[in-house]
Every structure is written in structure tokens, then in C-alpha cells.
Design a protein around this ligand. Structure first.
Ligand code: TRP
Length: 396
């Protein structure tokens, strides 16, 4: 597997560790990956073009890096179409708060740009990487699809697919995968992903399967066989290696390179040294947790940037850079004024850790309760409909 660099942080699709409680140094990561930092001018341009206020995740630097988004906006300005592509590896029954972020952002993009969205459920990937049967991985894909539908995507604009099913039913998807597979050598995937000779051959070829949905020819039912519709991929930064590979092969296949928007990670409850992980219950708040679970986990585990005694806290103030509760509020509390006041009061020592946690608990309880209500309304029939290959409301 890939090694940590000199600065001791590691970001791969499988592992995220940072060297300090402040979390991953994202500026360093931009340099290492060769992506581009999102400047205010880009955020303003998106707000201007869409006529809608910029999303809080962009304004707060949670969506922090990109590749070629300017080109997508140039095309959009000229009335040329593009589509969105994102995905989810269904590794567990319950998704957690960290999984919500890229989807909340993707939904915003779909709403303001009014474009088609394809969502890849990589049940094949989870079968290959985890101790899981194909049947179980396929089942989890449908279970997670319910959560994704509950995020509010529009059925007329969204196609969700399981790799296992869609590869089996779509010759065009498989042909696109084959074209990518032929362009990438074992040496290259070893270099990009750190695979070694003991990894099963399924892992070696999987990156082509994650690459293929970037190309519109994978979805003839949506794009009428056009192979040149531009693609924008919102994803967490750990997925970037897949798309560096994709962008590398695209010109050789005569396809446009996909553009990317990268998000940071939601820190683990215990602190920003690592990200929230579905397999570690005490680091995570699941979308299935009860209001009491949420209260108890935040009170018990959320890493505090406060001081050890009330007297000292009042004197020195809390450190919002490492305080997990404050960090979470930047993701989930959309009210800018309220957030600014919390930052000021906590930093000055006027607000204590207990009060900050109380704020967070009520915000998260509301986010999760609303999600649970929407998920209850999602029927098997709706999952079927979203997952049926079909034309969406757009014509090409
Ligand atoms: N590999 C991703 C995961 O494990 C799933 C995924 C597939 C994805 N295609 C994507 C994520 C495109 C973001 C964008 O979760």
C-alpha cells in the first residue's frame, strides 16, 4: 500500500490519517495531487451563473479543490450540456453523517444547474475488498440507494445503478469499461493505487469500472449515444486517484476529461486525525442513530478544543481549529451569523464546551430525524424506478 509522505499524512481511497489534531493539511494535498484550490472568484462565478446563493459547503472551504470546473462553466454559459456523476461503495447497512456531505452537495448542484445525475453503487468493489458475499453486497447497494433517494434527488433527473446489475444489462457500459481497461497497465495501477502482486485480479481492474461512468457513452439511454457530453464529478478528495487515471486515458479514447469538485472529510468524533468511519461505531454518528444515541456519542466522544477547567477556559478560550463539535457545525449549521457568533464566543471563553455540544446535538438530531422521516417514505418500488435504465427528462 502507499506509504505516508515526509509530513506523515496519508490519503488513499482506503485510509485517511493526518499528522495533527487539526486534521489533514489540505493545501499540501492539493500540491501533492496536482489539483486546483477553489478561489472565491470561482464560487462567485457559480453563484452568478446559477442565480442562486453559493452553497455553504463551498463558502466554508469544505468543497475546497477542483479540476477544470472553469471549463464546465464556460460550456454551461454557452448553453452546452453536462452531467453529474458520483457514487457510493455500499460497505455497510447504515450510512453515517460523513457520507451525507458529498450527496448534499451533489443535490445542490443538480438543483441549481438542472442536469442529469448518475450515481454508481460499487457493490462489486465492496465484494472484492471486504469479507462479503456478492448477494450481500448487492443487497446493501439497494439499502444504501434508499438513503440516497431520501437525500431528495429528482427521479426525472437521476439514474442510480448497481455495478453488478448494470454491467450485466448494458453492453455500452461494459464496452466503455473494456476501452479503459485496455489503456491502463498493471504498472500504472500499482503506481496509482499501491496494489501489489498478492492483490486479487478483481482489484487490479476495478478502477476501470469506476472510471467508465465519467463518459456519456456508458449511458446511451440517457444521452442518446452521444459520447462527448461533459461530466462533473463531486467526490471526497480520497477518490481523486481514480479520476486522475480517468483523465489520463480520456483523450486517448476521444472522450472529454471529467471535471472534479473535491470535498474534505468529516472528522471522526475523536478528532481530525482521521475521518468518520462506518466500521468504527464510536467514531461515527449513523443516519439510523436515535436522538439519545446522538446526544450520548457527542457528549462522550466529540474531541474538545476547550480547556481542562472552567476557569482556564474562561481565561484562554477554546480552540475551534481542533474542536470537533465546532468543526461539525461548519458542515451542518447553515446559518452564517449563528456560526460566527459561536466561533467568537467559544474562542473568547464566553461559551463553554458543554454549551457548544448542546448546540451541535440539536443541529445533528434535527438533520438525522428529518433524514429518517424521508427514508421511511422510500418504497421498494421507488428504488426500482430510480435503478431502472431509462431516458431522463432531458433530450440530446
Ligand atoms: N469508490 C467509492 C466508495 O467507495 C464509490 C464511488 C464510485 C464514487 N464512483 C464514484 C465516489 C464517483 C465518488 C464519485 O465510496
Amino acid at each position: 500500500m502507499a506509504t505516508t509522505d515526509q509530513d506523515d499524512q496519508l490519503v488513499t481511497p482506503w485510509e485517511v490519517t493526518a499528522a495533527s489534531q487539526k486534521g489533514v493539511d489540505y493545501d499540501k494535498l492539493i500540491k501533492k495531487f496536482g489539483s486546483t484550490k477553489i478561489e472565491d472568484s470561482l464560487i462567485e462565478r457559480i453563484a452568478r451563473l446559477t442565480g442562486k446563493p453559493a452553497n455553504h459547503l463551498m463558502r466554508r472551504g469544505i468543497i475546497f479543490s477542483h479540476r477544470d470546473v472553469g471549463l464546465i462553466l464556460d460550456a454551461y454559459e454557452k448553453g452546452k450540456p453536462f452531467f453529474l456523476y458520483t457514487g457510493r461503495g455500499p460497505s455497510s447497512e447504515a450510512m453515517h453523517l460523513g457520507h451525507l456531505i458529498p450527496f448534499v452537495f451533489t443535490k445542490y448542484l443538480q438543483d441549481v444547474f438542472d442536469v442529469p445525475l448518475v450515481i454508481q453503487m460499487t457493490d462489486d468493489e465492496k465484494f472484492l475488498w471486504k469479507d462479503m458475499s456478492v448477494e450481500e453486497a448487492r443487497r446493501l447497494a439497494s439499502e444504501n440507494a434508499k438513503d440516497i433517494i431520501a437525500f431528495g434527488f429528482d427521479k426525472e433527473k437521476t439514474f442510480i445503478f448497481s455495478d453488478m446489475d448494470y454491467i450485466g444489462s448494458s453492453p455500452d457500459f461494459y464496452k466503455t469499461i473494456l476501452r479503459v481497461e485496455k489503456c491502463v497497465t498493471v504498472n500504472q495501477v500499482k503506481g496509482i493505487f499501491g496494489f501489489n502482486d498478492s492483490d486479487c485480479i478483481g482489484k487490479i481492474s476495478f478502477p476501470a469500472i469506476q472510471a467508465a461512468p465519467s463518459f456519456s457513452c456508458s449511458f446511451p439511454q440517457i444521452f442518446g449515444g452521444k459520447k462527448d457530453i461533459a461530466c462533473l464529478i463531486p467526490c471526497a478528495i480520497d477518490q481523486d486517484p481514480y479520476f486522475r487515471m480517468t483523465r489520463d486515458v480520456a483523450p486517448r479514447l476521444g472522450y472529454p476529461k471529467p471535471a472534479l469538485l473535491h470535498s474534505t472529510f468529516l472528522p471522526a468524533l475523536q478528532g481530525a486525525m482521521t475521518k468518520m468511519s462506518a466500521s468504527e461505531a464510536s467514531t461515527s454518528i449513523y443516519l439510523t442513530d436515535s436522538a439519545e444515541d446522538i446526544r450520548d456519542k457527542i457528549n462522550k466522544y466529540a474531541y474538545s478544543g476547550g480547556q481542562s477547567t472552567v476557569e482556564e477556559h474562561r481565561r484562554v478560550g477554546g480552540n475551534v481549529d481542533v474542536d470537533v463539535s465546532y468543526q461539525y457545525l461548519t458542515f451542518f449549521l447553515e446559518d452564517d451569523e449563528k456560526l460566527a457568533k459561536i466561533e467568537k464566543d467559544y474562542s473568547s471563553g464566553a461559551m463553554l464546551t458543554g454549551d457548544l455540544k448542546k448546540e451541535l446535538i440539536s443541529v445533528v438530531q434535527q438533520v438525522v430525524a428529518e433524514h429518517q422521516q424521508r427514508r421511511q417514505q422510500v418504497t421498494e418500488q421507488m428504488v426500482q424506478e430510480f435503478m431502472t435504465p431509462r431516458k431522463l427528462k432531458y433530450s440530446y
